[in-house]
Design a protein around this ligand. Structure first.
Ligand code: RIB
Length: 295
């Protein structure tokens, strides 16, 4: 069984601010740090550090060496990453406030230039029973989901960031949704609600899917139609929440691929995410398996 993550790679420009800037306000930043990130990259790094071998596919532009190095150091295969020298590498502007909360603006750049030919070239290496991991920071999600179905692959989908096009995707092909409460609400066509109500709506819409829902300090939920449970968040001193959801997803999936039951995989993911929020940056904040196992 192989894991393919067809996902984004971003340089994160993280500006330290006292509070998240209001519309019309100009605020001084006390510090700028550049980190490796992107939801796709972070999730591959989390899987790799958890001990799962991942093939990462997608696009980068120039000056992306540190992104590729971050992946390689997490034992992620990058031979399927395409270099586009004339297109900007994906990047973000992240405001990080004193409470560790963030506001992210993402410029897709090369991440948004996935082609049909690239999809065909990549999927020739994958088949029945393999896993395709997707987020919503690349183009061509419809074609990627269709390719997964054609190759008998299971789709794990993190519909983040949320946008209006998501509901036009063939979401009935998704095996596992990993969402936060905003994404759960958008998928189920409403506004954030009681977690169990949102899970009920998602269950009606996607009767066979597994749903993992993170709700920040309120913990996380798992539902697969047979089993539903809530898991408390671990108490932590928050430094930076960027990448915590990606860490949770990577470790949850790693646990499941290792054969853990949902409760075990969710507990592993919760411990990993708790370590990540205590550290700055996206990819650099993702703990190793040894660090998680030591908690
Ligand atoms: O989920 C965190 C990530 O979202 C950041 O690394 C940033 O690149 C944005 O894509």
């Amino acid at each position: 069984m192989k894991v393919l993550n067809f996902g984004s790679m971003n340089m994160d420009y993280v500006y330290r601010v006292e509070h998240i800037t209001e519309p019309g306000e100009t605020q001084k930043s006390s510090d700028l740090t550049v980190y490796n990130g992107g939801k796709g990259l972070n999730q591959s790094v989390a899987l790799g550090r958890a001990g799962v071998f991942v093939y990462h596919a997608g696009n980068v532009g120039p000056h992306a060496e540190s992104l590729l190095q971050e992946l390689a150091e997490a034992n992620v295969d990058t031979t399927l990453v395409r270099r586009l020298p004339d297109e900007p590498t994906g990047h973000t502007v992240i405001l990080l406030d004193d409470a560790g909360e963030n506001a992210i603006t993402v410029c897709g750049g090369a991440n948004q230039l996935i082609t049909s030919e690239q999809i065909a070239n990549t999927f020739q290496y994958f088949g029945e029973g393999d896993v395709l991991l997707l987020q919503n920071e690349t183009n061509a999600l419809k074609d990627l989901m269709a390719a997964a179905v054609n190759h008998g692959m299971r789709v794990v989908f993190n519909p983040s960031p949320i946008d209006d096009d998501l509901l036009s995707l063939p979401l009935d092909t998704v095996d596992t949704f990993v969402v936060n409460e905003v994404e759960a609400a958008a998928l189920s066509g409403g506004s954030p609600d009681e977690p169990e109500d949102m899970l009920n709506s998602l269950r009606e819409m996607f009767p066979t899917a597994r749903v993992v829902m993170t709700t920040g300090v309120a913990g996380s939920w798992y539902d697969d139609g047979n089993e539903r449970f809530h898991q408390e968040a671990l108490p932590v001193d928050v430094v930076d929440t960027t990448g915590a959801g990606d860490t949770f997803l990577g470790y949850y999936l790693a646990g499941r691929l290792e054969g853990m039951a949902p409760r075990g995989a969710m507990a592993l993911a919760g411990r990993a995410a708790a370590l990540a929020v205590g550290r700055p940056g996206a990819a650099p904040s993702i703990p190793t398996r040894a660090q998680v196992d030591a908690t």
